[in-house]
Design a protein around this ligand. Structure first.
Ligand SMILES: [Zn+2]
Length: 530
């Protein structure tokens, strides 16, 4: 089982952490229950995913669903029994009627968990995820951790010029761009997605053009499912709000209250799709970050939305899929970044409609970023797993965010020339060495005995080239011996240390001794001896 992606600053982090149940130590009589978060977001607590292992292989399963779900794990004398599906759900089906239930996947595998995840990610890229562009994932700049919502055109353009110079490929304006947005409010004017000309005198289209001239793509954040209860949308269309037993479903931020639109209502679907398409076309958006900071709890049970009383949360999720499909159809080539307060809705249902996943709002500690990517990589393609560099300007910090999609969120204008050169070198290293291997095989070579070490191996799917990235935390032992995988045991390999330029030879079935300084990393590139 995997924990979900809720914000946590613990170490080791709880986010995307594996949880195991051992048949020998687990009672046969009690089922263990895992579920979506109480607010309805699919991965706030756990991920709807499991892996059963034994006898040199196993079965991996997942629900492709972005709303309420429940999973029961139980051991019986006949073996393990897993039940996974919708929860808190009632729908009266008329004779002859049909209902589309969430899809589920089952993957039988031989080998271990890494080999199962490698197979799953290949399958997802081929059959589930939207097509991805070349040189994916693009290195992203996002201003959020540098300035939050305190942004304007001049400030962001100054950052954009530096971001382009160090090698960023997309520049994303996060929350803070729309008219009426107050720095002290996370509610006011939500739902009215119009540009703020007082902050962006050239308009967002003009700003995006400047970004494109700098050689990057232009990205923009939105949160379409949430509205200001005092705002235009909620006051003009109170019938669009999700409600439970006659009371609107809300979330409080300080003294203010945000409402939740119900996408079980086809009118709301149509409005949201056309409004998001307008934002994309009018502002020249190439990358749309879709946030979702509140859930619908038990779900809407209004009688005038077209859904039934017991299936409001189901209807909202199906409506969301329809809106996302419409937006993608109307905006060919648009990249969609999935975000829900970080990883609260990071499931395989959203994977079918998005190109990248903001993993966790806790992107501060290097070791946490590595563990998040390690765990989430068991069920999502590595290219989806986005973490950002904040302030630490050294190779250890940069590489700790390279297990998936690399991003930067810092005041680059205050970095020294030397720090910016290091960052540019790190981004170039990512593009040349790591990124081409993200669609290949990943093996975690570190073991529980190597506490404080994270050792990853990424292998090219065809050429046999591979990379080993090793990280040593301050408290860890000084060196480890690891056994590289997915390479031929009969061949010799030459390994080059990218930092020192030194090379050495290794046999395919030999052990590799890795030794690095405290709080440092090493990047080795391996090739067959020709
Ligand atoms: Zn409803």
């Amino acid at each position: 089982m995997l924990r979900g992606g809720a914000y946590d600053d613990a170490l080791p982090p709880k986010g995307y952490a594996l949880q195991t149940l051992d048949r020998l130590s687990y009672s046969l009589s009690r089922p263990r229950v895992y579920a979506s978060a109480g607010d309805g977001r699919s991965t706030g607590e756990f991920v709807p995913w499991f892996c059963l292992q034994g006898g040199g292989g196993g079965v991996m399963g997942a629900l492709l669903w972005s709303g309420h779900w429940r999973m029961e794990a139980r051991y019986t004398p006949a073996g393990a029994r897993m039940a996974l599906g919708l929860s808190n759900f009632e729908h009266l089906l008329a004779p002859g009627g049909a209902l589309q239930l969430p899809r589920a996947l089952l993957l039988g595998f031989s080998g271990d968990l890494d080999e199962a995840a490698n197979a799953l990610r290949v399958w997802e890229l081929r059959y589930l995820a939207p097509p991805i562009p070349e040189n994916w994932p693009w290195v992203q700049y996002n201003h959020w951790y540098a300035y939050e919502g305190d942004i304007d055109e001049a400030r962001l353009l100054a950052e954009a010029e530096i971001a382009a110079r160090v090698g960023c490929e997309v520049f994303v304006i996060d929350d803070g761009w729309f008219a009426g947005r107050r720095p002290d409010s996370y509610v006011s004017w939500w739902g009215q997605w119009r540009e703020d000309r007082s902050r962006f005198p050239s308009g967002l289209w003009g700003f995006g053009e400047r970004i494109r001239q700098l050689g990057m793509r232009f990205g923009l954040w939105v949160e379409p499912e949430r509205v200001d209860m005092q705002g235009e949308v909620a006051t003009e269309h109170p019938e669009w709000l999700a409600a439970r037993d006659g009371v609107p479903i809300t979330r409080r931020w300080g003294d203010e209250i945000a409402g939740h639109l119900c996408l079980g209502n086809p009118d709301v679907q149509d409005w949201m799709a056309s409004e998001v398409v307008r934002v994309v076309h009018e502002y020249g958006v190439q990358w749309l970050k879709w946030d979702y900071n509140m859930g619908y709890a038990a779900g809407c049970n209004r009688e005038d939305h077209g859904h039934q009383a017991g299936d409001g949360h189901y209807a909202h999720t199906m409506g969301l899929y329809r809106v996302l499909a419409t937006v993608r159809e109307s905006c060919p080539g648009l990249i969609i970044e999935n975000c829900a307060s970080g990883g609260h809705r990071a499931d395989l249902g959203m994977l079918t409609h998005s190109h990248i996943q903001w993993l966790s709002d806790y992107t501060h500690r290097a070791a946490s970023c590595r563990r998040h990517v390690q765990g989430a990589g068991y069920y999502l393609p590595l290219q989806w797993l986005n973490a950002w560099v904040l302030e630490g300007a050294d190779a250890y910090e940069f590489r700790s965010r390279m297990g998936g999609a690399l991003g930067i969120s810092a005041r680059l204008g205050s970095w020294s020339q030397q720090q910016l050169e290091l960052l540019a070198r790190g981004i170039a290293e990512y593009k040349a060495v790591i990124r081409p291997l993200l669609s290949g095989h990943r093996s975690l070579l570190s073991s529980p005995w190597h506490e404080g070490w994270d050792v990853w191996q990424l292998c090219h799917p065809r050429s046999g080239e591979f990379t080993i990235l090793a990280f040593r935390d301050p408290s860890a032992i000084s060196s480890v011996r690891v056994a590289p995988r997915s390479i031929s045991p009969e061949e010799d390999y030459i390994l080059m240390n990218l930092d020192t330029g030194e090379s050495f030879q290794m046999h395919g079935k030999g052990l590799l001794e890795i030794s690095v300084a405290r709080h440092a990393s090493v990047l080795l590139i391996g090739k067959l001896v020709s």
